[in-house]
Design a protein around this ligand. Structure first.
Ligand code: DOR
Ligand code: ZN
Length: 346
C-alpha cells in the first residue's frame, strides 16, 4: 500500500454559485480543500466589495457544521468598476483577486470587459497595490476559431497588457494550450497559470469522437492531444508558475444535456484522487504537493496550510456518486473514464 500526505490543498479557481446549488456543492470542495478562489460570475455578478462581503457571508452560512473552509473572494471586473472600491476590497483582506471576463467569453460573462482601455485605471491601481488579475484568456471575436481563442488572447490582449503594466500580477486561468504553457514559463514572477484537473485528462476527442459528451464540454474547450500533454508536463514539472485551479463548475444535467449546453465540468468531488492518478502516471507523485498545496499560496502571498490531506492507493477503485443531488437538479460528477485507485483517507 502506498500513502502520500500533503499540506491541505487549495483550489485557485472554483465556481460555487449561490442559493441551493451552493449548499449542494460547497461540501464537495470543503471536504478536501482548505481554501478556494471563488469565481464571481453569479447572476448578478459579484462586482463590488459590498457584493463580495454578502457573497462571503452566504458561503459561510452554507458551510456544514464541522467543516473548515476559507473562501477567497474575487471581484468581477466591469467597465464601470471603481478603482477606489477595488483598493478598499483588497485592504479589507477579503478580496484576493479581480477577475477579467472578456464580454461573451463564457457563462455569465456578458457584463465583462469589451474594451481593456476602459479598465486601465483599475488595472493600474491593482498593479500598484499588488492585487492579482485572474484572466479568462480567450478572445471572443466570432472570426477566431474557438480552438485558437486562447493563443490569440495571449498575443493580442495579454502580452500587450503585460508590456504596458509589467508590475501587474496576472494569473492565466485554466490554460489549455502549449502556447499558454510556454507563455507562463517565459513570464516573470508576476505571472502564473492555473491548470484544471479535467484538462490533464481529456482532449477534444473525448468530447466529440464516438458521440458528443456534454459533460466534457467546458470553456476553454479541451484542445488536441499535444496540448493535453504539454499541460501534463507543466503541471508535473515542479515549476512554481503552475498550480491547481479546478474550474469545477456545476450545471444541472438538464442544462448540460441540452441543445445549447452549458460549459463546465464538475470535478470538486474527485479532483484529488484524479490528480494523484495523473501525477503517478507521469512519475511525479512527489510533485503533486507543489502543484496542489504550495505554488498557489506562494503566488498569492498566503501561508501554506498546516492541516494535511492523505491519499492511499488501494486495490479497489474509488467509487464516487455519479451525480450530486442539488435542489435545482442533479449535477454529474466528472467521469475520467478509467478506474482510479487513490483514495482520500483524511
Ligand atoms: O467551463 C466553464 N464553466 N468555463 C467558464 O469559464 C465558466 C464556467 C461556469 O461558470 O460554468
Ligand atoms: Zn471558471
Amino acid at each position: 500500500m502506498q500513502t502520500i500526505t500533503l499540506p491541505r490543498p487549495d483550489d485557485w479557481h472554483l465556481h460555487l454559485r449561490d442559493g441551493a446549488m451552493l449548499r449542494a456543492v460547497l461540501p464537495e470542495s470543503a471536504r478536501h480543500f482548505a481554501r478556494a478562489i471563488i469565481m464571481p460570475n453569479l447572476v448578478p455578478p459579484v462586482v463590488t466589495l459590498d457584493d463580495a462581503q454578502a457573497y462571503h457571508q452566504q458561503i459561510m452560512a452554507a458551510l456544514p457544521q464541522g467543516m473548515d473552509f476559507e473562501p477567497l473572494m474575487t471581484l468581477y471586473l466591469t467597465e464601470s468598476t471603481d478603482p477606489t472600491d477595488v483598493e478598499r476590497a483588497a485592504a479589507s483582506g477579503l478580496v484576493k483577486a479581480v477577475k477579467l471576463y472578456p464580454a461573451g467569453a463564457t457563462t455569465n460573462s456578458h457584463g465583462g470587459v469589451r474594451d481593456l482601455n476602459m479598465v486601465m485605471p483599475v488595472l493600474e491601481t491593482m498593479a500598484r497595490i499588488g492585487l492579482p488579475l485572474c484572466t479568462h484568456g480567450e478572445v471572443t471575436t466570432p472570426e477566431v476559431d474557438i480552438f485558437d481563442r486562447e493563443a490569440v488572447f495571449i498575443d493580442t490582449v495579454l502580452d500587450p497588457l503585460r508590456r504596458s503594466l509589467p508590475e501587474l500580477r496576472v494569473v492565466m486561468e485554466h490554460i489549455t494550450t502549449e502556447e499558454g504553457v510556454a507563455y507562463a514559463a517565459e513570464g516573470s514572477d508576476t505571472l502564473a497559470a492555473t491548470i484544471t484537473t479535467h484538462h490533464l485528462i481529456i482532449n477534444r476527442n473525448h468530447i466529440l469522437a464516438g458521440g458528443i459528451k456534454p459533460h466534457y464540454y467546458c470553456l476553454p474547450v479541451a484542445k488536441r492531444e499535444k496540448h493535453r500533454l504539454a499541460l501534463r508536463r507543466a503541471a508535473t514539472s515542479g515549476s512554481p508558475r503552475y498550480f491547481l485551479g479546478t474550474d469545477s463548475a456545476p450545471h444541472v444535467d438538464a442544462l448540460k444535456e441540452h441543445a445549447c449546453g452549458c460549459a463546465g465540468c464538475f470535478t470538486a468531488t474527485n479532483t484529488m484522487s484524479l490528480l494523484a492518478h495523473v501525477f503517478e502516471e507521469e512519475g511525479a507523485l512527489d510533485r503533486l504537493e507543489g502543484f496542489a498545496s504550495r505554488h498557489g499560496p506562494t503566488f498569492y502571498g498566503l501561508p501554506v496550510n498546516e492541516r494535511t490531506l492523505t491519499l492511499e492507493k488501494r486495490t479497489e477503485p474509488c467509487i464516487w456518486p455519479e451525480k450530486i443531488q442539488a435542489d435545482p437538479g442533479p449535477v454529474t460528477v466528472f467521469n475520467p473514464g478509467f478506474p482510479v485507485h487513490w483514495h482520500v483517507v483524511t
